[in-house]
Design a protein around this ligand. Structure first.
Ligand SMILES: Nc1ncnc2c1ncn2[C@@H]1O[C@H](COP(=O)(O)OP(=O)(O)OP(=O)(O)O)[C@@H](O)[C@H]1O
Ligand SMILES: [Mg+2]
Length: 385
């Protein structure tokens, strides 16, 4: 089997996960993939993390709703989606998601409030990111099970740890070692534990002050409840994400650091986590322009004014620099294609002109995807393979 086209991938998979370095366009590409699938008549859900206000407005949905929102009919018509195709979006803010998990999983509203206002909880951003990743995945697992959508596209946060929910099954538990919990969490326990706890309290009191020690204690006590729940579904989820139904896409920009990050994800997805790597998406690329004619090769009428010749002469260095960049991007696309292997792909999406509205951008990129993810110009002009 050769590498699938974007259309084939969108038709064959139930879940597509977009990973990659910060700012490369994961959220934009996720939304464009979802739109392309909806335009093919699929019922699609896109879960985005920290989407821009612009993108939310373009789709006509709020950020941070408690559940996915189906796009209104007039919006779908603008985006070129026709029945039976549909598009729902769930645009998540990490902090709010994390707070929701705390509310849902706490035993009482009072307990939830104590954790939410706990200074340690509010300051441990890594934990918040972890909870949010986990929640997105847990929700996604439920959606896939209930057959409401043909395809779910999942955006991930800008973090090397975006896939950490799939690390070792006991990863979440190991996150904060249970032995440490046990010492902090008040309650039953043998003499040794009580003495040890008191000792630790004393040390902490002297080091941080009593208030901080109490905050820590409350934090550990409440958070341990939540971790217990998170651990429960870990095995199921891991098995599901390793199945053929799920494809991971590595989004990158042409910047070297972003590409290096994508290679890091490649190693992690394939070797450590045993996930199905679909391929690469080279976003914001100028590769489509690699074969455009240079100004000095354009045919000019013999009677063209001398000023035109001079102007073109001045433009030449600029055009050469741009052409060089386009060639570098085209080479990078080939490198990614080789790396993706026989069954993988490297789709190339154009850099859209500055100032393109979010709606235009989505439509432009969805169109580019449907030209098989090969180099497509922003205006749908010349293409190169
Ligand atoms: N192909 C493109 N052409 C032009 N601009 C783009 C393109 N793709 C994305 N952008 C713009 O780049 C910015 C970052 O995109 P986006 O938010 O999708 O990246 P991200 O990888 O999700 O970022 P983060 O890592 O912060 O979540 C946005 O302003 C978006 O509109
Ligand atoms: Mg994003």
């Amino acid at each position: 089997m050769s590498a699938p086209s974007p259309a084939q991938l969108l038709d064959a998979r139930k879940v597509i996960v977009c990973c990659g370095a910060g700012g490369v366009g994961k959220t934009t590409v996720s939304a464009s993939l979802a739109l392309a699938a909806a335009r093919r008549g699929k019922r699609v859900l896109v879960v985005t993390i920290d989407p821009s206000k612009r993108l939310a407005e373009a789709l006509g949905v709020d950020r941070n709703p408690p559940e996915p929102v189906a796009l209104a009919a007039d919006r779908l018509a603008k985006l070129g989606v026709q029945a039976p195709g549909s598009l729902s979006a769930w645009m998540l803010d990490p902090q709010l998601v994390s707070d929701t998990v705390v509310r849902e999983r706490s035993r009482t509203p009072d307990e939830a409030e104590r954790l939410l206002t706990n200074p340690i909880y509010r300051n441990v951003s890594a934990m918040i990111a972890g909870m949010q990743e986990y929640t997105a995945v847990e929700a996604l697992h439920a959606f896939v099970g209930d057959d409401q959508y043909d395809l779910v596209v999942l955006d991930t946060p800008p973090s090397r740890n975006a896939l950490r929910f799939l690390d070792a099954p006991d990863r979440v538990g190991a996150f904060l070692d249970r032995r440490i919990f046990n010492l902090f969490v008040p309650g039953e326990g043998g003499v040794i534990r009580r003495v040890a706890s008191r000792l630790i309290e004393k040390v902490l009191d002297t080091t941080f002050g009593e208030d901080t020690r109490r905050d820590l204690q409350v934090f550990f006590e409440l958070f341990s409840q939540i971790l217990g729940h998170l651990n429960k579904n870990q095995h199921d989820m891991r098995a599901f994400f390793q199945s053929e139904a799920v494809s991971f896409l590595l989004v990158t920009s042409p910047a070297r650091e972003a590409v290096t990050e994508a290679f890091f994800f490649e190693k992690k997805t394939r070797e450590e986590l045993g996930l199905h790597l679909g391929g690469y998406v080279l976003n914001r690329s100028l590769a489509w322009a690699a074969d455009l004619p240079m100004p000095d090769t354009l045919r000019r009428p013999v009677d063209a004014p001398a000023a035109l010749g001079r102007a073109l002469g001045r433009l030449a260095p600029l055009a050469q620099a741009e052409a060089q960049l386009a060639r570098t991007h085209a080479d990078l696309a080939s490198e990614l294609r080789n790396r993706a292997g026989d069954h993988g792909f490297a789709w190339v999406l154009p850099r859209l002109p500055d100032g393109a509205g979010a709606l235009e951008a989505l439509i432009g990129l969805a169109d580019a995807l449907m030209t098989d993810g090969l180099a497509a110009s922003p205006a749908g002009g010349p293409t190169t393979a």
